[in-house]
Design a protein around this ligand. Structure first.
Ligand code: HEM
Length: 389
């Protein structure tokens, strides 16, 4: 049922009628050009008359206004020619908006329904695409892409974050910390083609929202407004967390540099309920929970309840659960129970799933907005899960 509705929605034109007509009808460009021409002509008249009036009011010798040079009909012809010339000049110097400008203008006015269509297309693709047999889903990689696209924010220098969609550049996405995220970007490419008006930053972050919700997580409030900025907006490499480090490192990045509270920091790392580590990408190996395609507070429960030991293997230092030896914790994850203050939050989230969902939803929404210059009054949207439509 959901898919038949989706087909109906997909059949709808991508650009809304009102906006499209503003840009598509050549007549309106002509009208706009004439309007601009008239305005420019009038304003040049006003400025020349005001400059002549100012010169006439200056203290120098007063020049009498020039006599009319000819008959009134000649004057009319000259005036008409001037208006026509001005209009032609304005028309010929008026450049129609490029297709990028039109798309950006559309994005600026996109409605909840427009974004819900993008959400649906991502959600449908998460269900349909299963060419990652070991993973069960692309969704965890989408969550990671959204987080890495945003988590470079530095509140002191006001650089990084998702505002300019710089993760679309290889220079950023191929750094060591982003290894493996190419597959999430490739996964989103058809969506980007289907909805060319959505900016990359909006798409990457909406992908994370969709993934969390479709994997059973909380509803995430989201706003559109990121733009495709130039390469000079790419943040310096080295801003994402180092998994081999502990509590001090996590605090300095999440609390000091990005501005999260302690509770928000711990909640965000709870996203490790999803997905897994891949030796080919990070060097680490294995999932954190038994249900890596279902969003729960299990990361905290397992961290608190299980006994963990350093795994004996050739790879980097990581922890392994004693009981099944099939789960893992990064040194950074494990520091959440080694640090007295972090540990209190782990306990709260492990024992109260609703509270975890509430805190995660808030913090994730904030994370996705780091470094974004929203226009005033940009509305928040909450999207409906595919199964609830
Ligand atoms: C101390 C902070 C963090 C560290 C050190 C860290 C480190 C890592 C590492 C090493 C991986 C494995 C990558 C791979 O081998 O494919 C990973 C995966 C993942 N991370 Fe984090 N992460 C942190 C915080 C976060 C946050 C805040 C989120 C989201 C809000 C997040 C979401 C994920 C997800 C969903 C995966 C699984 C990706 C997949 O299955 O492909 N992480 N993280």
């Amino acid at each position: 049922m959901a898919s038949s509705r989706l087909a109906t929605r997909a059949a709808r034109p991508v650009l809304s009628k009102t906006l499209f007509s503003t840009f598509a009808a050549p007549k309106s460009f002509g009208a706009a050009a004439i309007a601009i021409a008239t305005r420019r002509y009038n304003s040049s008249k006003t400025s020349s008359s005001s400059s002549s009036s100012s010169s006439s009011s200056s203290s120098g010798p007063k020049t009498p206004p020039p006599e009319p040079k000819s008959s009134s009909s000649l004057g009319l012809i000259i005036a008409t020619a001037a208006v026509a010339g001005g209009a032609y000049w304005a028309y010929s110097s008026y450049s129609a908006p490029s297709s990028e400008e039109r798309l950006a203008a559309f994005a600026e006015h996109a409605t909840k329904d427009d974004y819900q269509q993008v959400y649906n297309a991502i959600a449908k693709r998460i269900q349909d695409v299963d060419d990652e047999p070991d993973e069960g889903s692309f969704a965890p990689a989408l969550v990671r892409l959204a987080w890495h696209a945003s988590g470079t924010w530095d509140r002191t220098s006001h650089t990084g974050g998702s505002g300019f969609g710089t993760m679309r550049f290889e220079k950023e996405s191929t750094t060591g910390a982003n290894a493996g995220l190419d597959r999430a970007k490739i996964f989103l490419e058809p969506i980007s083609k289907q909805f060319p008006w959505i900016s990359h930053g909006d798409l990457f972050t909406l992908g994370g929202v969709t993934a969390i919700q479709e994997l059973g997580g909380p509803t995430i409030k989201w706003r559109g407004g990121r733009i495709d900025g130039a390469e000079d907006k790419i943040p310096p490499d080295g801003r994402l967390p180092d998994a081999s480090k502990g509590a001090d490192h996590i605090r300095s990045l999440f609390e000091n540099r990005m501005g999260f509270t302690e509770g928000e920091t711990v909640a965000l790392i709870g996203a490790h309920a999803l997905g897994r580590c891949h030796t080919k990408y990070s060097g680490y190996d294995g999932p954190w929970t038994f249900s890596p395609t279902y969003f729960t507070n299990d990361f905290f429960k397992l961290l608190e309840d299980e006994k963990w030991h350093v795994r004996k293997w050739d790879g980097p230092k990581q922890y392994q659960d004693d009981k099944t030896k099939s789960l893992m914790m990064l040194p950074a994850d494990y520091s959440l129970v080694q640090d007295k203050e972090f540990k209190k939050w782990v306990h709260r989230y492990a024992t109260d799933n609703d509270f975890f969902f509430q805190e995660f939803a808030r913090a994730f929404s904030t994370l996705l907005e780091l470094g974004v210059n929203f226009k005033p009054n940009t509305p928040y949207f909450e999207f409906t899960r595919l199964d609830d439509q």
